[in-house]
Write a new protein. Sequence first.
Length: 212
Amino acid sequence: MTDVLAAFEAAKGFMPADEGLALHAAARGAAADLGLPVLEVGTYCGRSTILLADAARQAGTVVVTVDHHRGSEEQQPGWEYHDPSLVDPHTGLIDTVPHFRRTLHAAGLEPHVVAVVGRSPQVAALWTRPFCLVFIDGGHTDEHAAADYEGWAPRVARGGLLAIHDVFADPADGGQAPYRIYRRALESGDFVQESATRSLQLLRRVTDGTAR
C-alpha cells in the first residue's frame, strides 16, 4: 500500500488522502463482497483511479473509468483549476489521457483498469452490467452531475455502494450539484447513508431495480 499511496500523492488531482483512503476501503470491501467491477466517473489524471484500481486488484476484479479527458468546466482556460501543462499544443484543448496513462504506468496498475474515453451519458446508455461501487466525480454543473447520477446509479448492484465526491451542504464550501444528487439518492429510497469522510459520501443500495 505504501507504493500505491506514493503514486497517489504524486499524481495530479484534487482528492485529499483521507477521502482517498476511505474510497479505497469502500471499493475493496464492496468488490470482495459482491465480486463485481468498480466504476469511476471522472478520471482526470488518474489520482483516485490508482486507489480504485488497487482495491479492485486486491479483490480480483477491475475498475472501469469513464472520462472524455477534455477537462470539466472549472478546468478550462480562465477558470480556477486550469492547468496549462494539460493543454495539447496541437489542438489547444485540455487532454488528460497522456497524463492518466503515465500515472497508471508509474503505479503498476494498468492491467487492473479499463479506461473508456467518452462522455458519461453516452457510455452509460450502452452499459448493462452492474457494479459493486459507482464513484461519481465528474462535471459539477447540475446538468452533468444529474446525467452521471441518472446514467450510473441504476448500475449499482443491490448491496453495493454509490460514492459521490465534493458534496457540500453549505454553498459557501463548494458547488451544490453533487449535494443535490446526493439528496436525490437518499430521497429515492434506493440508497441509505453508509458513511461520510468530509466531502465524500458513501451510500448503500438497498433495493433492486432502477434508481430514481
